[in-house]
Write a protein that binds this ligand. Sequence first.
Ligand SMILES: O=P(O)(O)OC[C@H]1O[C@H](OP(=O)(O)OP(=O)(O)O)[C@H](O)[C@@H]1O
Ligand SMILES: O=c1cc[nH]c(=O)[nH]1
Length: 181
Amino acid sequence: MRIKKQIMDAEGVRRALTRIAHEIVERNKGTEGLVLLGIRTRGVPLAERIARKISIIEGTMPPVGYVDITLYRDDLTYFEEKPPAAQTKVNVPITDSKVILVDDVLFTGRTIRAAMDAVIDWGRPQCIQLAVLVDRGHRELPIRADYVGKNVPTSHRENIAVVLEEVDNEPDQALITESGH
Ligand SMILES: O=P(O)(O)OC[C@H]1O[C@H](OP(=O)(O)OP(=O)(O)O)[C@H](O)[C@@H]1O
Ligand SMILES: O=c1cc[nH]c(=O)[nH]1
């Protein structure tokens, strides 16, 4: 895997998340009913960071949970029966809440489709919005993000690698990488 380009350094990640936190508060007119759900793996620390930023802006910290979509992926065809539900973990009811899904990279949209399935199995939110650090294009489903840290046009051969301190024990950054030579 060859690193082609750094698209965000730690400061870039911090600023993007600060902007997203402001946009979430503005779009939703405060924090009432907000629930942030990070998509495992790197969406979880991103959701926690955005929630902390929202608490600094508004004085109220929205609840944070996570979605693990492993068993909802539409490419898991080897499951003979419907895989078990309950892959959403949050300590508040999500029915009638405004769920903000948070992920590091938006690509085909299949992860988000699966996450929405998991959320809707769990309860009936008033709405679901999507925040991503990087939108790299190439959608295969009619899904778009409401809050985007950075839009990065990519080729199919390229990959976006998001590095986060909490997961990777390295300074935050986002990279375009490419496999092969
Ligand atoms: O829009 P999509 O085509 O679904 O791709 C985006 C997803 O791919 C990555 O997750 P990955 O499956 O690599 O798991 P990870 O987050 O645990 O690394 C990324 O974190 C997104 O969740
Ligand atoms: O480039 C990509 C595509 C999917 N998931 C990632 O993390 N990066």
